[in-house]
Write a protein that binds this ligand. Sequence first.
Ligand code: 2P0
Length: 332
Amino acid sequence: MRGSEPAEAVAHPNIALVKYWGKRDDRLVIPYADSLSMTLDVFPTTTQVRLQPHATHDVVIMDGALARNNARRRIVDFLDLVREQAGRSECAVVKTCNTVPVGAGLASSASGFAALALASTAAYELEYEPAALSRLARRGSGSAARSVFGGFVRWHAGAPDAPDPDRASFAEPLTGTQLDLALVAVLLETGHKSVSSREAMSRSARTSPLFPTWLARTRAEIGEMCAALDEGDLATVGAIAECNALGMHRTMETAVPPVRYRTRDSHRVLQQVRRMRRAGLRAWSTMDAGPNVKVLCATGDAPLVAEELKQATRRRVVVARGGPGAVLRGGS
Ligand code: 2P0
């Protein structure tokens, strides 16, 4: 990096086909199980990091407003980690601009920390290869490890007895799958959720009687999903993704106290997708830590699926396809 020139990076959210839900290590953000996602081509986050050698504290501006409390804390903690790895001490100004509705289960933390990892390593002159960058992004937010890469991405949990658990847990792109998958997101609510995904996954792991079963199923499903993607088998990909997402929701709904992200509107969309499937459309649901339902289908069917969902719900519908990994702006 050049003096106090800013470094700027862009990253996209990802949607997990096999979900990450539960951490083995909270501090290092190491999951219990592998997860698998598709990076999207919508809702990018752009993040700029400018070093301020004479400043006494970091400044974080999110979507034009000064970030405070937990939002600021997470970014400053992340900068501290980058500074520690770089052996540097300068403060920075971070400006981040999201285009995804924050806090609605559409993964703004994934694109956010992937972009921050890339921009901050450039600003502090750390040269990381992509797997190392995904390890670093993981420390900000687990799912950010996957947004470092484009297309289909697997995040390895690493073996529980790995000598260096941090090194063992990284994401990598899947090669060899030709599946042209689209995602149609039905935006039911875009406000902040009452329970963060971080708290919800921790509570699920600690208290849900279904958690061990969820984990065992997820570990089996990751292998089945990789095989189905390899074969370009859309029906199996869709069926596993739907089953995995609903299993995750059952796990949090049986936590103590329960976390319910699914609303009456979510259930209506889930039902509509089942109805569309019975009528011959190849479409499957997935959901994250929020009420919105995302529908997986072949790219060629996406306009029809989107139209049917728009008619049935009268809500905003967004069509996404596979998108790129995180990149630095300006080719640096
Ligand atoms: C996923 N989610 O695999 C799952 C499915 C939400 C539901 O990863 O605590 O914001 O920062 O590591 O990455 C959202 O959790 O959690 C998430 P932290 P993160 O996409």
